[in-house]
Design a protein around this ligand. Sequence first.
Ligand SMILES: C[S@@+](CC[C@H](N)C(=O)[O-])C[C@H]1O[C@@H](n2cnc3c(N)ncnc32)[C@H](O)[C@@H]1O
Length: 199
Amino acid sequence: MISWDERYSAAEYFYGTEPNEFLRGHCLEIRRGGDVLCLAEGEGRNAVFLARQGFHPLAVDQSPVGLGKAAQLASARGVHIDTVVADLAAYRIEVGRWDGVVSIWCHLPSALRAAVHRQVVAGLKIGGVFLLEAYTPAQLAYGTGGPKDADLLPTLAGLREELVGLEFVHAAELERVIHEGPGHAGPSAVVQVVARRPT
Ligand SMILES: C[S@@+](CC[C@H](N)C(=O)[O-])C[C@H]1O[C@@H](n2cnc3c(N)ncnc32)[C@H](O)[C@@H]1O
């Protein structure tokens, strides 16, 4: 199977350079100018967008090639992002550190996903916001992108359990049409969460 580094080795950006639409629509739920941790950030389109909105993003991903392109994109757009190459299985989210945590198509094995989400809850400041969009198991029937392994695909019910301690502001499983480069193209089954650490 092709690795993320290999996938990101092409000159073009695999998911494009425009941000994910769900993130664009909900990022202002996060305190303006705040520190935002972007999980599995890949080639940086979402972190660069957040930096252009005045946030301070830290992009974490296992792919040095992806994060190298993320830094290039930030430079080309005249903004700064911090990057950390790390496997989320080993990365530790600092407790009480983040105004926002963003998870866009961060498809992890279910046990790791649950462990990361426990850290997300603890890692948010009081009032901090978690934004997530991911494919659900229903996406397996669509064939328009995303992992082929159901264990990597969360449901809203599962996310509610994994994110105990947060208040859900927006929570939906829905079909929407996605155009994010060749990897994500067409009608898709997704789950979306906007959740806040309560005061
Ligand atoms: C579908 S891409 C999404 C990239 C980005 N969030 C976006 O929306 O453009 C999934 C990303 O997850 C990263 N990833 C997968 N498993 C990971 C892990 N265990 N630790 C860190 N990153 C991981 C991959 O390297 C890849 O960049």
